[in-house]
Design a protein around this ligand. Structure first.
Ligand SMILES: *Cc1c(COP(=O)(O)O)cnc(C)c1O
Length: 441
């Protein structure tokens, strides 16, 4: 460990060593300013969306649960009025406007937000390989990817990925469907049932007695040894990021269908659980391209693993990890158990992200039980981190500072809040029951 004493003197770092916080991003800028230093654009998101459309016939064929959406992997956006009432009455959240749940917890194929970025990245790589070897052309019906000769072709290649669990599920399942040999390198935080599920799909699971960053490093080393292998780099991948960003275009349409307006008088607040940063970063990037200054995106990280906050607040990005300032990096929120953030994401969202909340493990289970009791929806503890933002948006002095600074005081009655539920539908019943009884007062 490389204890970073100077860093622990920075006021926000000092604070987060003692308690939960809301950090406001001092680099947050108007959209017109922020876009000037963006290396990615709306065109990149459109390109990703079109690629997903090309693959829709294949997805439909392999994963019949996507049939109702014609092979689109998309989740419901659901008003959760009962949950809002509980947060207001039991916790005095003073939440005005509407509260919606974006149910990526129930995304087809992988049951988590990783079904966006992870699947997209594998499809993009597969398309490139298939084009390069003249196995398909852009105008083909991509159902062709299910044909035996194409699957045989892909079986010469292997995919490697490091994961705390959900990314492994998403990459593992789609890669096996395309025909690859796939190995998932998992950290100690990974849950047993996720390893079991992957192995049942023919995925090789390598377990390491180390944290996420180390599992990633080992996976990268293995992949580097074989020229016909591809490493999904969760820490640096633009294609993962763009796969996540497509969510924003779809959300725009869903809000429209619900009759929810987002404009200068009707601000949108979005709360996203954050691990290494790719998923919440990609979604934030997409949302800012569409809603510009009318959307306010906040991340939520575990108290013991606020890696993105640390990287962004110090400007050190991936050159610092939570252990460097004396935090453990240990949390029950396995999807968020990341000690070192993505530098690529930290830089890409540096002017788009409004701020970051930290949350303790215990309350994640309380949110989980509340959502289950009030709305009969189960999401995993990691995903429940989103509710910390919903609950605390009016709680900190920093919250009020933000609301005032952006002239939002009068508009909060018209606001719409979205808790981004990032995972849960694949959690087996036995584990759900265990969760239900965890951290009971
Ligand atoms: C991966 C994951 C996240 C965070 O995504 P990152 O890209 O790691 O920041 C949040 N919630 C769940 C359930 C996840 O699996």
């Amino acid at each position: 460990m490389n204890f970073n004493f100077e860093t622990t003197k920075i006021p926000i770092i000092k604070k987060l060593l003692k308690d939960k916080v809301l950090w406001l991003n001092p680099n947050y800028s108007d959209f017109n300013q922020a876009i000037k230093s963006s290396s990615l654009t709306m065109e990149d998101i459109d390109d990703a969306e079109n690629r997903l459309l090309r693959f829709a016939p294949f997805i439909c064929k392999y994963f019949p649960e996507t049939l109702p959406h014609n092979g689109m992997i998309e989740s419901e956006l659901k008003p959760i009025e009962n949950m809002k009432n509980i947060l207001n009455h039991k916790f005095s959240a003073d939440l005005k406007g509407c509260l919606l749940l974006k149910q990526d917890s129930h995304l087809a194929i992988a049951g988590s937000i990783k079904a966006r970025g992870g699947i997209y990245e594998i499809l993009k790589y597969s398309e490139e390989l298939a084009l390069e070897h003249n196995l398909i052309s852009y105008n083909d019906n991509y159902e062709k990817f299910a044909e035996k000769n194409i699957k045989d072709f892909f079986s010469q290649y292997s995919i490697h990925v490091g994961s705390t669990g959900n990314l492994g599920l998403s990459i593992g399942i789609i890669s096996a469907a395309i025909g690859y040999h796939v190995t998932v390198h998992m950290s100690t935080d990974a849950k047993q049932w996720k390893k079991d599920l992957l192995r049942s799909k023919g995925v090789a699971v390598n377990e390491y007695n180390s944290d996420y960053s180390e599992a990633v490093r080992k996976g990268r080393l293995r992949a580097d040894k074989n020229p016909k292998s591809y490493f999904v780099d969760d820490e640096n991948s633009t294609s993962l990021f763009l796969g996540y960003a497509v969510a924003a275009k779809r959300l725009f349409q869903q809000l429209n269908s619900l009759g929810i307006v987002v404009d200068k008088e009707h601000p949108l607040f979005v709360y996203l659980p954050c691990g290494v940063g790719g998923a919440p970063g990609g979604v934030t990037f997409g949302l800012k391209q569409i809603f510009k200054d009318n959307v306010h995106c906040f991340f939520v990280e575990p108290e013991q693993a606020p890696c993105m906050l640390l990287g962004m607040a110090t400007g050190l990005q991936n050159k610092i990890c939570v252990q460097d300032i004396g935090l453990t990096g240990i949390t029950c929120a396995d999807g968020l158990a990341v000690g070192r953030p993505s530098k690529f994401v930290g830089k890409t969202i540096s002017q788009y992200l409004s701020g970051i909340f930290t949350v303790d493990d215990k309350i994640l289970y309380d949110y989980m039980r509340m959502l289950l009791d009030s709305e009969n929806i189960f999401i995993e503890p990691s995903a429940c981190a989103a509710f910390e933002g919903v609950l605390k948006m009016n709680f900190y002095s920093e919250s009020n500072e933000y609301i005032k600074k952006h002239n939002l005081t009068e508009k909060m009655n018209n606001a719409c809040h979205i808790a981004w539920a990032t995972g849960g539908s694949l959690v087996p019943d036995a584990i759900r029951n265990e969760y239900k009884n965890t951290f009971i007062d």
